[in-house]
Design a protein around this ligand. Structure first.
Ligand code: ADP
Length: 268
């Protein structure tokens, strides 16, 4: 990150206050409060079911929430209000790449600017080619998703998200569906995007990547933010909570997600 971008991080850009989210009777998020500076990169980590995905999905209105507020660049994110404004500012990359199977990589990247922004196909495809070059896929621009590897498909999905020039990019376990040998190529692309100053929230189980790429590590458990620390503090000197220490140890030993203890699963 260069000096200018570092200075940007002091400007509050996303404000999440008292966020509570229920699925029926089940409370998935409990009083989440986060202020994120412009250009900051947050790694969201924690055991499976701790609410990481729910949190990022609330930020781009893929999920409704019941209490609290979310603001992105001054836009209130709530109830389908401002939906098009929110979607214009906030891009998302999913675990499953969600590309249109009948379209080439190029069309997959070009289609949103055409449909949403009214850009001409010619202009959108020109831009899409530049983005595909950025993610190292120039030679594959005319292939359909089924002709691409998982890693290549995810890089197309990243180029597609970038095509809308989002201010914020959300990544929901972007490498979880990939064969291990393809994880690195996707993480390299995400790291390059992070260096451009886009504000990013990345749900990931890749701890060394989280340490390398993020400005802040957010550790969640049972719908709560338990820790919010600089990566070197979180991974270097041990994290503050026992639970986070246990989680990291478990992930580093290759056990993946820790189960949530039964005693802590009670619905409040
Ligand atoms: P994470 O991303 O940390 O694995 P999630 O946000 O996916 O966690 O899930 C948080 C909790 O909410 C989990 O207990 C999960 O079972 C529950 N949950 C997620 N999505 C739904 C849904 N659509 N309906 C009901 N419960 C859900």
């Amino acid at each position: 990150m260069n000096i200018e971008e570092k200075e940007n991080t002091s400007v509050p850009f996303i404000k999440i206050t008292g966020l509570q989210k229920y699925y029926g009777q089940f409370q998935a998020l409990h009083d989440v409060n986060l202020t994120i500076g412009k250009g900051q990169v947050l790694a969201l980590i924690g055991p499976s079911g701790s609410g990481k995905s729910t949190l990022v999905r609330c930020i781009n209105l893929l999920e409704q929430y019941q209490k609290g507020t979310i603001e992105v660049d001054g836009i209130v994110v709530k109830d389908g209000r401002n939906l098009s404004k929110v979607r214009a500012e906030v891009g998302m990359v999913f675990q499953q790449f969600n590309l249109f199977p009948h379209m080439s990589a190029l069309r997959n990247v070009a289609i949103a600017p055409v449909r949403v922004r009214g850009m001409s196909w010619e202009e959108a495809e020109k831009k899409a080619l530049t983005l595909l070059e950025r993610v190292g896929l120039t030679a594959h621009a005319h292939k359909r998703p089924s002709q691409l590897s998982g890693g290549q498909q995810q890089r197309v999905a990243i180029a597609r998200a970038l095509a809308m020039e989002p201010q914020v990019l959300l990544f929901d376990e972007p490498t979880s569906a990939l064969d291990p040998e393809m994880v690195g190529e996707v993480l390299d692309v995400i790291q390059k995007v992070a260096e451009t100053g886009v504000t990013m929230l990345i749900v990931t189980h890749e701890m060394s990547f989280a340490r390398r790429v993020s400005d802040r590590v957010i550790f969640m458990e049972q719908g709560r933010v338990i820790e919010d620390s600089p990566p070197d503090e979180f991974f270097g000197s041990s994290p503050r909570t026992d639970r986070a220490q246990l989680f990291i140890r478990s992930v580093l030993q290759g056990h993946g997600d820790l189960p949530v203890p039964a005693a802590t699963l009670a619905i409040e």
